[in-house]
Design a protein around this ligand. Structure first.
Ligand SMILES: CC(C)(COP(=O)(O)OP(=O)(O)OC[C@H]1O[C@@H](n2cnc3c(N)ncnc32)[C@H](O)[C@@H]1OP(=O)(O)O)[C@@H](O)C(=O)NCCC(=O)NCCS
Length: 177
């Protein structure tokens, strides 16, 4: 498969933060930020693979600074690394006071997507060619992050098995403690 540069997958989106996107503190809902992150990361992954993808996981998202009503939220995403069928995407979210020009990095996240066919079966993806020092660093460190995700996935599966598919109401009060 033809390798792709990081720039070929880069996606950027800026939006004004309006009142319906904000909480009672006048800052953007965390869930809204996460939805923007997933959205732009998926665009980046699809640009890289030129195939449909599904989100396999999102690493932790730390909200470092709030984004205020009337400010802009600018997101940048690019593919950092791929394995056989999975694609790692980095996203950064920049909040900007459009009047003063002050900017803050409000959140960063790594997401993993998997390219799939029409049956949802994972499909091979092109490799990444990192070019800049930062891209090379993110690429070099990616297998370690992927290993952490493999361990986390095992743990999540074990937890899922432990709890099963019934809800607390169906299980009865003995399991609510
Ligand atoms: C993600 C999914 C396609 C993986 O399918 P699977 O049949 O379990 O496939 P595998 O276990 O062989 O994993 C395929 C690849 O996904 C990666 N992967 C699977 N789960 C992962 C996770 N939680 N985090 C990171 N990578 C993951 C594997 O490491 C593997 O990567 P590689 O091929 O590059 O080595 C499947 O679990 C799925 O469809 N999940 C639901 C996705 C979804 O609904 N997302 C939200 C809406 S888009």
């Amino acid at each position: 498969m033809q390798p792709k540069t990081v720039n070929q997958s880069r996606a950027i989106k800026a939006s004004m933060v309006f009142p319906p996107d904000t909480n009672n503190h006048g800052t953007m809902f965390g869930g809204k930020v996460m939805s923007y992150i997933d959205d732009i990361a998926a665009i980046s992954a699809i640009r890289h693979a030129r195939m449909p993808v599904v989100t396999a996981s999102t690493d932790s998202v730390d909200f470092l600074y709030p984004i205020r009503r009337g400010h802009s939220a600018c997101l940048e995403a690019f593919v950092t690394w791929t394995h056989k069928t999975s694609i790692e995407v980095f996203v950064k979210v920049i909040g900007e006071d459009l009047i003063t020009g002050e900017r803050n990095i409000c959140a960063t996240a790594f997401l993993t997507f998997v390219a799939v066919d029409e049956h949802g079966t994972p499909q091979p993806v092109p490799p990444v060619v990192p070019e800049t020092d930062l891209e090379k660093r993110l690429y070099r460190e990616a297998p370690e992050r992927a290993q952490v995700r493999r361990e986390r996935r095992k743990h999540s599966k074990a937890i899922a098995e432990l709890f099963g598919v019934t809800t607390v109401w169906e299980d009865g009060p003995q399991n609510t403690a």
